[in-house]
Design a protein around this ligand. Sequence first.
Ligand code: ZN
Ligand code: ZN
Length: 398
Amino acid sequence: MKRLFLVLALVAFAITNVAAQKRIPETVNLLPNTQRRVEIILPQVNGMNVYKADLHTHSIYSDAELTPEQRVREAWLDGLDIFAMTDHVEYRRHEPNMLKFLKGYNDGKAKKAINYNVIRKAATEEGIKADLNLPTQLAQKAAKAYGEAMLIIPACEITREPKTIGHFNALFTTDNNAIYDIDPMQSLRNARKQGALITQNHPGWSRKNCNITEFEQAAFDEGLIDGVEIMNGISFYPKAMQRCIDKKLYMLACTDVHGLTSTYRNCGVFRTMTFIFAKENTSKAIRKALEKRQTLAYSAGHIAGESALLQEFFKASVNCKLLAHGKKGSSYALTNTTSIGYKLRVGRSTLELPPFQTITINVGLDKEGKHKDVVLHVANMWEVGYKNPKIVYKAAKK
Ligand SMILES: [Zn+2]
Ligand SMILES: [Zn+2]
């Protein structure tokens, strides 16, 4: 009887509690249907805005964990402005499961997925049955929720044997279903026929080095490659930067995310991304910026790219202001106006300049007793040759 009373009391408590549906107090930031985005503040550089892009990601329509809609939401919450859904043309791991799930459709005829893994062996004449435009279309639809704040670039990843051929992202495609060919070079040509820009992805992945393979050389000779992913996830391919300078190719950093980007957040860094310098966040302007190689690569707090652009980006980010001239030298305030933290080498010391903070530094006199310039090396920026850029602020007059 005692037990029955206890059970009845618990049921009564549960019923009244559910019926009340009280919201947990103090949850102003967790209201239903609101979202909270990280804002990554970057400077304007030479009159250009700096947009944040991830041009290499995957969804359940190839071999990743999230839907395109979830990818778009994740990208927006992570502070991005530009996004590309680049599912593999040749590898769509979930297709057999999708067919199992859809067993009642198609008169039950399609029992087995076909040609869903044609990375190493060619597709049969039945070809690829999936609609490879769907991931981008779903992403575009989801992005409408953010108006002009999120630009989706139609794209896909041409995915072949990594050691000798490699992976290539086709950006600004018009029909992903018209790209596959048994011959990978023909696939690249098909993408080019659509006016796509083509990126060489993760150039050292699954290989002993970053050297250009025979296939890649032939693709370069045909003018089929426009850019290189110098950072992929948290991998950095500094040797590929020289290739970008020599062959006039844009440099990208992308997540190539298959799991969740919260992994980055949990480690205290922004997700890997490309900074694109453009007048506006439109397809036309962003494409032009890539063609003009107006990009910097960001991964795990490090920024890489062409020397001049690194210099301009840093000087637009960090103000250097004279505080006082003294008998032994002068003191300056370095103010970081951005969300990107810097590590600076000044003389023999290394200093942290966190986001939105100011540090002061002292600069001595030269042999003639004149005030020296402020000279520093940015230890988390990388130019060609795996070198840190040297930044000089001219000595301020009194
Ligand atoms: Zn790949
Ligand atoms: Zn990929």
